[in-house]
Design a protein around this ligand. Sequence first.
Ligand SMILES: [Zn+2]
Ligand SMILES: [Zn+2]
Length: 1035
Amino acid sequence: MQRWPVLLFLAWVCFLFFAGIGLFMSGFLLTRIELASSSSCSDPLVPPPWERQSLPPGSCWAPQRFSKAVLVIIDALRFEFARFNPAKASPLPYENKLSFLHHLATSQPRHARLYRFRADPPTATMQRIKGLTTGHPPSLPTSIDVGSNFATYAIQEDNLLAQLVQNGRRVVFMGDDTWEGLFPKKFFRSYFFPSFNVKDLHTVDDGILQHLYPTVDSGEWDVLIAHFLGVDHCGHKHGPDHPEMAKKLTQMNEMLRSLVDHLGNDTLLLVAGDHGMTETGDHGGDSEKEVNAALFVYSKTPLFGTGPPEEPEAVPQVNLVPTVALLLGVPIPYSNIGEVMAELFSGDGDAVSAALQQLSVYHINAKQVDRFLHSYSLVAQDLPAEQLQRLQELFSGAVEEHTQLLAQVQGAALVPPELESRLGSLISRFQQYLREARAVCTQSWARFHPLRMVGGCILIAASCLLCYMASELATASDSFYRSCLLYPLLWGLLVAGLLGLAHVFTQEGLDLLLVSSWAAAASQLGFFWHWWGQHPKRAPLVMLLVGKLHWDGRLTVPEGPKQQLLGFSSYRREIWYLLCLVAMLLVCVRLSGFFHQCREEIPQCRPSLFLSPLASLRNARAKNLFYLLCVALLAGLVYAVRSWLRHYGNLNSSDPLVLFVRWGFPLVVLCIACYWAVASSADDSLGKLQELVQVAVVAFPWAVYGLASMGLLLLLCNPMTVFAKDTRESAGSIVTPYLGVPSSEVDFLHVIPQIYKRMQESQKSRLERGSCKATVAAYGLGSVYSAALIIALTLLGFLLMLLHSERLSLAFLLLFLEAFVLLHIHTRARGLAGDAEPFSVPWYAVISWLLAASQFFYSTGHQPIFPAIHWNAAFVGFHLDHSTNLLPAVLVGANTFASHILFAVGCPLLLLWPFVCEMPSSQKRKPKKEPREELQEVEEHMMEMRLRESPEKFSTALLQLGLKYLFVLGTQLLACVCAAMILRRHLMVWKVFAPKFLFESLGFVVSSICLLLGISLVMRVDCAVSTWFSHLQLR
Ligand SMILES: [Zn+2]
Ligand SMILES: [Zn+2]
């Protein structure tokens, strides 16, 4: 069997696809250019000299209003959490808990105010912190940044913290350690606490509370930032509508009450949520509940000129940056596009002086934004020129009027009623300028590189075509591999080498992505060139493709010669059997719909109950019931797998692997059951056991990881599950090949023996020579390939179930059942059709297999959107923060693409299953015959050994199967890529098409790698079988 060429061919095809995906992605997901400039006190955009003289010492740009500020960030503080409605009789757990804020706002209306704080998506904490300090929304395409929540990297751009430090303010931080990565070495003093474990509600908050009041009292700070995480983590663990949330919010309320007691008169207090949360406690997207956070402003000196409006005003989060900067008397960060919250600058004076003060801060703000737009448009061309022109006009008009007005005010040429209306209209002109500038920026920062996108699209399409053609052409001959693999590879390497050389000579930056894309394109060209050279007279390619696909793709009506062979009654029985299978398939599909996650676009959709972890259930009886059900299902799965293996005789030998299946599988189930029990128990109900639980929550998953990897390792070392009953040595044994009817009760229960023909032949020849009278009965040889795959799949299934919430094991059971039914339908349909080519898997089987993989992506509670990612998977077996990003990425990735992994690894079963299942039918037709004919009959029982009979065909079949799988997978990918490219200006592109493309391409990568692994496993078994035979013959 040719192993390496097959694997190499598939790996090469995968590489072609990967290059296409990479090229497209580089054109589709571009990031905004970051400017390195930063603002400083001496910048020429400071106010006119007569105003400047009045600046108190230590102020930049505008007079400092507060010498100190406390910024309390309560992560995921949704607006509804902060709002207080006294009329509400029975508030929900998250309502009316922050009563202290309400108390302040009603008793001191000119000192305190609540705002709606609008977050820009993506609403992940790190992106929000960036927005809250740099003053611009993250450009939308970097929503891929959501994934880099794991990798916090320092902010390079000018930001509020840098400005504060630059101007000699002491910034003290306590809380979420995300800030440590974003602002390394910026803090005067800092107390970081790990943020990554979303199940830990108290570590961060308790740590902050321990340091907060002593720090405030010590006075050794100018700006104090405290980032609490408990509310957010409570949302992730229990959801907002849970008594734990009430506890957490009450704790925050008490914290604020004592904090205000400790504050002085010169201190500004800001309480803000970085984002909100959905009804399930998640965030990351742009739904109303996620972007609607709360902001509360308070000071012991009067802040506002007037009382609060009826309905709280909504302010974008970026507006906090210029506001805080000017209030504290530091320059506004260079790239800020936020707008000052002018009402905070009104002070104590009359309406006119308040308006004049507001105008002066607007003026500074507008000048800063104008400067940013100017320098940005110099380095990047993505802001449309005509809109920039219009903004410029707006700006210069407003500034001109401002100068005129100031001159008139100086000369006292205006009287109050007219003055007030002039001031009001000028303020709204500045506002209009600032708002339009922000809108222009946010819109244009979604830009693309069309050439790369088209290139990526073409690469993927050509790879699909190549897959299809190669799957049709594939033969085991050397000439095929030479012309379709070796030469194209050489072409690709040649081009890559030339580009590398060019790089050496020109000294230009080497874009690895472009080089690999060119290499991929060249090797594809090489394939088509050689193919054309060999088949010049073929029908036009497209006609061939369409016609052939149409022909193969349909489920052929049975019309083969087998029909007569089967006879009418058995034919009818087969049909009924097939119909039952189809009915079962439909039931599976229907049931799997119960596990769906909701998308925000479908408002009336309710997310499945099964998605939330058991810990979130409040009803103890339901919790126990579900727990028992899940454990029973796991046990049922183990039982089913073991009885399948026993049925085919793969459970008889005493090899380590078989022993592992017998004893390791139940042990794994036990560990998972224990982990679920510990993880779903309530936090405070355990009392002193708490510490033990903390250990157990980590220990049990590790036990499962360890056992599963041990099992997989054993599988790799010795994948044979065959028990050989060698009777050659025993005296007087008869030369009877072991048939289906067992001789003893034990055999009858556990064994269906298989005999390999070659052995038989050798026996036969020896018999003829009369040298030996014995035979070898090999139990389980006929299903040795499938057995290895099924063991691997079960182990993977355990791992993936561990990463999901408990009740999704139901979905996994359905997945296994549906895969089983599909395999049987495929086998039966083939039997009925009397397929002439047993070695080629028909298209409909491959397509249905892949459709099932996509179906279970959704039915294991996933959606191709970022908020639906099960981040919790990263903490299965990990209690504290991860030290690397790789491990959590692998865990979350495995969780997300669970169905892709299982179906791709199990793909070779499509080829093997018909051989495994061939036995029963032939056995039934077994007539009593002469010994010689009995030998003939035995050949019918060869099952998978038939594949070994013709190793050439076997390797070709594997190659074909892999190529067909990649072709269908690639077609799906191509559709997503085209959708993303064509609809790139669509309103919903960042909500629907871009995430779908990302998930699909990641799914492709995962699937193709797993497909290679599955096929390698089959080849590994084949190696082992060969060695086994050679050992046997030596004996
Ligand atoms: Zn957050
Ligand atoms: Zn969160």
